[in-house]
Ligand binder design. Structure first.
Ligand code: CAA
Length: 261
């Protein structure tokens, strides 16, 4: 696909998806979401890509939410529900992909931008970033999973505080409440994201996929069911050549060479 609203670049076995509408703080238009969906398909089916980093173009914003011009034009309740379900499906596709996503939050992550970051596996924020769910200020509520993923990350009380007040919080505050996982100086953000992505990409991709799935699926079911799911995936990992390679390499005191088999 010829991307206009995002940029997709590759470095060895990493991919970078950059939201690229800096004049509107990388707001998620319909076309941007279509391109994001296509990029997930493209990168998901490329065996050379092991980890995907999302970030925003420019210094000001990761993504400042859904495009408010388009939200203004939604004609009725039914079309609003369709809009939300469609966006949610794209974020589910990221969450369910076997490859990890890292959000490198370089500035504002608001509304749909915060929701996008929350659908990633790991969130690293620049110390200058600001996060929030300001939809309430527009007479709206979050529609890309924010009312559900935010309480799962930070607890119901803090989620309601952010969603009902529309307050924006600093990266440090987001770290304190568990909305992001790391905060680094802005100048070091991409290097930190790249370093972590490279580390993950060096592991066995099947083990990475099983681990991601176990954490995601397990968080939504009871503990006994979750542990059964983990046991079955531990079994799947035991059935791989990568398990033989990883354990042998440890015993032979050499780096493992994982093949994804
Ligand atoms: N949609 C469309 N345009 C947007 C936008 C958005 N979400 N966010 C910013 N812009 C545009 C502004 O209209 C402005 O355009 P012009 O230059 O043509 O006037 C440009 O980007 C720069 O923005 P500001 O001048 O407002 O920049 P600022 O530094 O004064 O403020 C900001 C920055 C606080 C992030 C402010 O832009 C803002 O509040 N943006 C909206 C954030 C928001 O409400 N997001 C939630 C959207 S709803 C949603 O996402 C629903 C969902 O769950 C899917």
């Amino acid at each position: 696909m010829n991307y206009q609203n995002i940029a997709v670049t590759r470095e060895e076995n990493l991919a970078f998806v950059t939201f690229n509408r800096p004049k509107v703080l990388n707001a998620l238009s319909y076309d941007t979401m279509v391109e994001l969906s296509a990029a997930i398909d493209e990168l998901g089916s490329d065996p050379n890509v092991r980890c995907i980093v999302l970030t925003g173009a420019g210094e000001k914003a990761f993504v400042a939410g859904a495009d408010i011009n388009e939200l203004r034009a939604i004609p009725d309740a039914a079309r609003g529900a369709e809009f939300a379900a469609w966006g949610q499906a794209i974020l589910f596709k990221m969450e369910n992909l076997s490859k990890p996503f890292i959000a490198a939050i370089n500035g504002y992550a608001l509304g749909g931008g915060c929701e996008l970051a929350m659908a990633c596996d790991i969130r690293i924020a620049a110390d200058t970033a600001r996060l929030g769910q300001p939809e309430i200020n527009l007479g709206l509520i979050p529609g890309y999973g924010g009312t559900q993923r935010l309480p799962r990350l930070v607890g119901k009380g803090r989620a309601k505080w952010l969603i009902l007040s529309g307050d924006m919080i600093s990266a440090q505050e987001a770290l304190r409440i568990g909305l992001v996982d790391m905060v680094v100086p802005a100048a070091e953000l991409m290097n930190k994201a790249r370093e972590l992505a490279r580390k993950i990409a060096s592991k066995g991709p099947l083990a990475v996929a099983y681990a991601k799935s176990c954490v995601n699926v397990g968080a939504e079911v009871d503990l006994v069911t979750a542990c059964a799911y983990e046991a079955s995936h531990f079994g799947l990992a035991c059935g791989t050549e990568d398990r033989i390679e990883g354990t042998t390499a440890f015993l032979e005191k050499r780096p493992a060479r994982f093949q994804g088999k």
